[in-house]
Write a protein that binds this ligand. Structure first.
Ligand SMILES: CC(C)(COP(=O)(O)OP(=O)(O)OC[C@H]1O[C@@H](n2cnc3c(N)ncnc32)[C@H](O)[C@@H]1OP(=O)(O)O)[C@@H](O)C(=O)NCCC(=O)NCCS
Length: 190
């Protein structure tokens, strides 16, 4: 299963090369990315990180993909987690700074959301982000997410909750460029 949209292709983690895994580790270790995600920088050795993430791929409540750009370079990860019934939570890290604010995040989300709503048949995709992550909120709004709640968390940071319903996603897709319902949304086989 390789969901694709625009310049981006999503591939399952078991297709990552050693170079991709080293890049993924550097993304997880990056202090700024860790701050944006509200986690401490990951200090695990590569073999352990790889083992944990690969074990996670067998969980029925989670679908994690590597994000690849138009040159086939690994640029980050995105996932649906806490998949329960017809609801899931979206996570995304474009780990390569060279690819920030260049539309790759929204394209990866379009691919993941097509997978979530069309292939898995989910009704709602949720996410949480921090109030100071304006780039993320802007990207999430672009693909149709709407803010549903905002509150101060236990650490004093503003926690923003957003969600997107399948009906709204389909409506927005049908209103967007003709290519949105065409080959871009197809799975790529190579
Ligand atoms: C968040 C993320 C997925 C967004 O993907 P992206 O590809 O960078 O998103 P976009 O290309 O749509 O760019 C974001 C938009 O925010 C704007 N933006 C960037 N920094 C901004 C800031 N400080 N304030 C307001 N807007 C900002 C950009 O100009 C762009 O808007 P535009 O296209 O209208 O010019 C990606 O940047 C990323 O993974 N960042 C690191 C980890 C992270 O924050 N993950 C999300 C945790 S919830």
């Amino acid at each position: 299963m390789r969901p694709a949209f625009g310049r981006v292709t999503l591939r399952p983690l078991d297709e990552l090369t050693d170079t991709d895994w080293r890049r993924l580790q550097s993304h997880f270790r990056d202090p700024e990315i860790a701050y944006l995600n509200g986690t401490p920088p990951n200090r695990m050795p590569l073999w352990l990180l790889k083992r944990l993430l690969k074990t996670d791929t067998r969980r029925p409540d989670r679908a994690t993909f590597g994000i690849f750009d138009e040159r086939g370079d690994f640029i980050g990860t995105t996932e649906l987690y806490d998949v329960r019934g017809d609801v899931a939570t979206l996570g995304i890290i474009i780990g390569e700074r060279t690819h920030w604010s260049a539309g790759y995040g929204p394209e990866a989300m379009h691919a993941l959301l097509a997978y979530a709503f069309d292939a898995l048949g989910l009704e709602v995709v949720r996410l949480e982000t921090f109030g100071d992550n304006l780039r993320a909120q802007r990207a999430f709004r672009k693909v149709g997410f709407q803010e549903v709640d905002r509150r101060v968390d236990a650490n004093g940071r503003i926690d923003v909750r957003m969600e997107l319903l399948r009906e709204r996603w389909r409506q927005l897709r049908s209103e967007s460029a003709p290519s949105a319902s065409g080959p871009d949304l197809a799975e790529r086989s190579a």
